[in-house]
Design a binder for this molecule. Sequence first.
Ligand code: GLC
Length: 651
Amino acid sequence: MKVITYGTPFATDAVVRPCPVGDQLQHFTYTETDILRIFSCPLGDKAIVYGLGETMRGINKRGGRYVSYNTDTANHQENTPSLYGSHNFLIVDDPDSGCFGAFFDTPSRVTFEVDWKGSGALTVSCEGQGLRLYLLEGETAAEITHEFREAIGRSYIPPLWAFGFGQSRWGYKTEKDFDDVVSGYRNHHIPLDWICMDIDYMDRFIDFTVHPKRFPDLKAYADKLRQEGVRLVPIIDAGIKIEPGNETYDVGAANGYFCLNHEGKPFQAAVWPGLTHFPDFFQPEARAWFGSRYQVLTDKGIEGFWNDMNEPSIFYSEYNPKGAIGRLKDLIHPQEAETGENSTYQDYKNFYHRIDGELVLHHEVHNLYGALMTRASGEGLEQLLPGRYLLFSRSSYIGAHRYGGIWTGDNSSSWALLKQNLYHMPGLNMCGFLYTGADTGGFGGNADRELLLRWLALSAFTPLMRNHTALGTRRQECYQFGDTQAFANVISLRYRLLPYLYSEFMKAALNGEMYMQPLGFVWPQDENARACEDQLLVGQCVMIAPILEQGALTRKVYLPTPMTEVRWDGARFRTRAAAQGWRDITVPLDEVVFFLRDGAAIPVGGPAQCTDQVSLEQVQLLGPGSTYQQYLDDGQTREYGPDHIRTLTRA
Ligand code: GLC
């Protein structure tokens, strides 16, 4: 990897390894306008463009236009240009001319046009004061990704319980609401490990408060659920309600920890609690202070959090009071966002950060805001908790992957967004985000039984597996759809596979490898594998080919090599040899089918209702292979390392 510097780039800390300076630009031609630095290269007909993390459309980014400018985009669709995170790393993989990777490291807005409108070119236009362009060479996309991952530092490692199934819904308010969820799952023998507390647990949506009537003794309540094998995971929003007398507000205001308006006063913008100030996460002292505030909840036995609204999302501001109307229009007509102008964007030019004694316009460094919130929380939780913490954020930039995971924001209950969940995974892994997943079943809209079951069969393999849905939508807990046996079957697969999934996740994190990768990463010479957009490898031994179409009981699967087909029916695994080439599989709603690579064996465990009951040690080998290298640790402490490997051998 080599780096070339343009202008005066902002130090994002995305890359943590020293990197030699490149003497001349390769692959791209470079032009400049008053406001843009433009990099362009031709794309061969067969070139695949991998990467770009959280962007819409397929694994191969060809044919699209993607804008890195973190945006709260509920209702996103295939042509939505900006989502919640900015991940400016891509690989061009051309069978005729070879592979290279490029990371456009700038917190300002970047636009990627990838064979857009049939241009036959990749064009990357960067705004802002400057950037660092990192260029990577290698034989394969997998090799380049590995080098990039080593350069950006080790991915965040959650506790084992965070690999259990999580239930969430915007609208749970009282202890009774949470009790109902626990009994709903336990009574129907559907495994469950954690429940998210959305904004209603707080006192009037004020961060680091607990609603006094709804949770009179949160510590006692959290301890009670913990006895039942369930943890509570509260939400924390970016904005702090303007309310003198509230400790977070008072200390933040007294110490100058909030972002400023052009008059040098704290900037005011409305989010859930009404008017708020945004913490200035660019100041190290503000980060340390914000991170330490989580103690209010860790003192009550909380070990995990989700950070939200940190693009930051703004409903309206002191300078843009009509923004609220614009926001409504954005929601009703999301396709208009394709023009690139969202009503919130005006606000991003109306506030400032204090960085090394200088005032810096938010717009210039916008894409780093959520990442720095994650860093503040991660560093805080590391001090506050003796072991590992669960943390996932909505907004992100590369670098945040060292402190927490992400979820992919406000999707909706549609087959298109289920597919998008699969497409997102490899691009996110390339950028270091391993602990990630989507709102299973969909956030907006109303899921039906079939969609939720098929979605669970995919998210059983994604590290973050959480069912989450919006206020006002159909109840989406797995016991709300009639016969619950099918749900118990699908989610129990996750728990049976935990010894394998956890081991593969840990190896991927510790060795800078992909946890979920496209087939083209493993079989770059195989044209069918390269073209495959709806199958993924999970770890080194498993291939998944989920059903992604409404009404489909069967689908075509491509096997680049002979494999073992595995069918899970809720009680047992049935295996059979499957020849190389195209195969048809039939998958009833209450079963899951996946494949083991030729000659592989994977460790599987016994039945469990929560991760407390999972043993990573008492495992059996599934598949025709005779050995497996299992990563094994306590799943709780930070004592992880590459030496925690044992060789399992078939007796
Ligand atoms: C945002 C989040 C969503 C959450 C809601 C209420 O839309 O993305 O997950 O449920 O806010 O807090």
